[in-house]
Design a protein around this ligand. Structure first.
Ligand SMILES: [Zn+2]
Length: 243
């Protein structure tokens, strides 16, 4: 039991050190992640806009060529009207020409709508590209900052992580689950030493009988108020020497 308590407290000390290192990095990892997500979303959006723009321009060009060929047809009908033999043929050509003129008007309207669509997409692309460039520059900046902080803490972090690996295998699964649960609920501190007869986590007085029992390191005690695991000063002192 004594070893179990010591191991748990050692794990707590290591985790507290790792938490401290994470605090030093501040929100940089989060900021880097958010920027990366933003950049990916922007790139996707830009790709869609370019597709829209290209599609609209190509549809506009198609309409344009169709108008040219319809105009050529109208010219041809005009020439044919000089050669007709009767009114019936003449009228038939007039109808063809009217229909072609109608189609041209419709296509011209479509062209202007497509032109408009493409222009809006192009403006959005320009704005999006600017935003993308700014976000990429900011990401580089944040990454460099994070690399700088990480460089300074890397060695310590590795050392604690390595120690954690060695300690964690000595903790029973159920105990580890309990430890992680309390740690999560109690701001990272699951195991605390008793301090002048009080819980080192919430400073609630521990009943005198329990204080005496705690000293014997024979049981796992949790604080009645905050639920943290309380260990004796002796366990705390001897564990601290290990980390
Ligand atoms: Zn407590």
């Amino acid at each position: 039991m004594e070893n179990k308590l010591r191991t748990l407290y050692t794990l707590q000390l290591i985790d507290s050190n790792l938490d401290e290192i994470e605090d030093m990095k501040g929100d940089l990892p989060g900021e880097v992640r958010k920027l990366e997500e933003k950049i990916a979303a922007l790139q996707e959006q830009l790709a869609l806009l370019e597709e829209t723009m290209r599609g609209a321009f190509s549809q506009r060009n198609n309409a344009d060529s169709e108008i040219i060929s319809l105009r050529e047809k109208i010219e041809k009908y005009k020439m044919q009207q000089f050669q007709v033999r009767n009114n019936k043929e003449y009228d038939a050509l007039t109808r063809e020409m009217d229909q072609a003129a109608e189609t041209i008007a419709k296509l011209e309207k479509e062209m202007s709508a497509l032109e408009n669509k493409a222009t809006i997409a192009r403006t959005d692309i320009e704005t999006g590209k600017k935003e993308l460039e700014e976000s990429q520059a900011l990401l580089e900046e944040k990454k460099a900052e994070l690399a700088e902080v990480s460089k300074n803490t890397e060695e310590e972090e590795l050392k604690f992580k390595h120690e954690r690996e060695k300690v964690v295998v000595r903790v029973a699964k159920a105990d580890l689950a309990m430890y992680e649960r309390i740690r999560k609920a109690k701001n990272g501190r699951a195991v605390v030493p008793i301090k002048r007869g009080s819980c080192g986590g919430c400073y609630t007085a521990v009943p005198p009988q329990k204080v005496l029992e705690l000293k014997q390191n024979k049981r796992l005690y949790t604080c009645e108020r905050c639920g943290r695991i309380i260990v004796s000063e002796e366990i705390a002192d001897t564990s601290a020497a290990l980390v």
